[in-house]
Ligand binder design. Structure first.
Ligand code: C5P
Length: 211
């Protein structure tokens, strides 16, 4: 039987992870967070002092990497890694490398009922033929407030105006990049996540049973 693929795209801190986890539990689909792969790669490059403006240095490093863990970790959730991940995500060869890992993940886990995959280009580029595509919409101020609270709750120091500026900068980098910019994928449902989670879930419940 063909695996079901649900894609979730949207800007930084739009709640894609929480929504994906909900869908994963409710419809028993395996969750893959593509942002983790960009973050883990950024972490590796940073740790090995790779100059990210030197494309050959990155390319050589990619040749040494056989696999990247899909596991979440607190060490890759910092603001520094967020910015770094956004910077390397502009390179086409980096995106191809990460996209291959995602396709392999789906291939290897083919006995699963299906997948819910979130990111910035999942419905528009990586899994264009997905069964269902969602795009999460939230204004930058609400995203910054939520991210600020998340960082404070996890014990990190944080300043709201700086978070907002970082989010706006990441939006700009994601939307304006030449390779796979953040777009609303064709044939996707737009989910308004400006309100409560319950309101968001109600929109999703109306769409998901159709699959
Ligand atoms: O979603 P998350 O914030 O963890 O992703 C980290 C960064 O990786 C994003 O800011 C974005 O620039 C990049 N990314 C991407 N395409 C994806 C997932 C993440 O460009 N599919």
């Amino acid at each position: 039987m063909k695996n079901l693929i649900v894609t979730i795209d949207g800007p930084a801190a739009s709640g894609k992870e929480k929504i994906s986890k909900y869908i994963s539990r409710r419809w028993r689909l395996k969750h893959l967070d593509s942002g983790i792969l960009y973050r883990r790669l950024a972490y590796i490059l940073l740790k090995d002092s790779i100059n990210i403006n030197n494309l050959n240095e990155i390319k050589n490093k990619l040749q040494e990497i056989n696999s990247i863990s899909f596991q979440k970790s607190k060490k890759i959730r910092t603001q520094e890694i967020s910015k770094f991940a956004s910077k390397i995500a502009v390179y086409g060869f980096v995106r191809n490398f990460i996209n291959k890992l995602q396709h392999n993940f789906v291939k290897i886990n083919k006995n699963k009922k299906g997948f819910v995959i979130d990111g910035r280009d999942i419905g528009s580029v990586v899994f264009k033929k997905a069964d269902l595509k969602l795009y999460i919409d939230v204004n930058p101020e609400i995203r910054a407030k939520r991210r600020y609270k998340q960082l404070i709750d996890s014990g990190e120091k944080s300043i709201y105006p700086k978070i907002l500026k970082d989010i706006e900068l990441r939006d700009k980098t994601d939307i304006l990049r030449k390779n796979s910019p953040l777009v609303i994928p064709k044939n996707s449902f737009i989910i308004d996540n400006n309100g409560s989670f319950k309101e968001t879930i109600n929109q999703i419940k109306k769409i998901l049973p159709k699959i």
